[in-house]
Design a binder for this molecule. Structure first.
Ligand SMILES: Nc1ncnc2c1ncn2[C@@H]1O[C@H](COP(=O)(O)OP(=O)(O)OP(=O)(O)O)[C@@H](O)[C@H]1O
Length: 253
């Protein structure tokens, strides 16, 4: 089972309720550093809710109980600075969300918000992030052009670059390729493999091939419960729970 000794982040007895409707109940799990963890499960099983809890994106939407350990701090405490948390734990959404600004201004957006003004620092960080997101080669001569003119796949890699630019430790991805064509999907999956050398990635995906290709660890959720969590090959080739096997064989979901 999951023997993760030095996690990047972990949750303990996590519960999430929208109003009086509990969606996640009593989940405890550790997410390994510098690995890709996929959250899989049927629609409505609570994958996005769990993911969004990790950087307090459910604040104001839901009641989140339990502990979220990050650097020896329970970041589910009300006194925690959520802006700092979101700088360290970034998020990439399902739909690319470029701002109506230039490519350059998109990438350095978070840095500027954090008060960075030095042009040299901004320029260097933009180049590094675009390279990490495997977009530099395609945009290096058009950094002043509008980000909205990029293709969907390029926009999503731009959003990844924007997240990387603030140098988070963890990147949360909510179905990052579901709005993209197969070529763009492959480009992003290839990028993820390199990104995990520097970042910890936690990703919700409906695409089982994507989980099996990209993720080191896979967690299967069903109706708000963590049913099974293990190394990806074990989940796919040797699931221990009937519910996992049924889901993977398409019997439900
Ligand atoms: N903002 C919200 N307000 C109320 N209920 C919500 C909200 N967001 C999600 N829910 C409910 O919580 C449950 C879990 O939703 P969630 O989006 O976490 O599941 P999911 O596994 O990510 O599903 P999908 O794969 O369809 O995105 C669903 O019943 C959903 O209707």
């Amino acid at each position: 089972m999951t023997n993760i000794s030095n996690p990047a982040i972990s949750v303990e007895a996590l519960g999430v309720a929208y109003g009086d409707h509990p969606v996640i109940e009593n989940i405890s799990m550790k997410f390994p550093k510098n690995q890709i963890t996929a959250l899989i499960g049927a629609s409505g099983s609570g994958k996005s809710t769990l993911l969004r809890s990790l950087n307090r994106m459910n604040d104001g939407l839901a009641t989140v109980t339990g502990k979220i350990h990050f650097h020896d701090v329970d970041i589910n405490q009300p006194k925690v600075n959520i802006y700092r948390v979101r700088q360290q734990i970034g998020m990439v959404f399902q739909q690319p969300t470029p701002f109506p600004l230039s490519i350059f201004d998109n990438v350095v957006y978070g840095l500027r918000l954090a008060g960075v003004k030095d042009r040299k620092v901004l320029t260097e960080r933009a180049e590094t992030s675009l390279k990490q997101a495997a977009l530099w080669g395609e945009v290096k001569d058009s950094l002043k052009k509008s980000a909205l003119a990029l293709s969907g796949g390029q926009q999503q890699r731009l959003c990844i670059a924007r997240t990387l630019a603030v140098e988070p430790e963890i990147i949360l991805m909510d179905e990052p390729t579901s709005a993209l064509d197969p070529v763009s999907t492959t480009q992003i999956e290839d990028t993820l493999v390199h990104l995990k050398e520097r970042f910890t990635i936690i990703m919700v995906t409906h695409n089982m091939q994507q989980a099996s290709r990209s993720a080191d660890w896979t967690a299967f959720l069903h109706q708000g419960e963590l049913i099974e969590y293990n190394q990806t090959a074990d989940i796919f080739l040797n699931p221990q729970k009937k519910q996992t096997a049924d889901y993977l064989s398409g019997k439900f979901g």
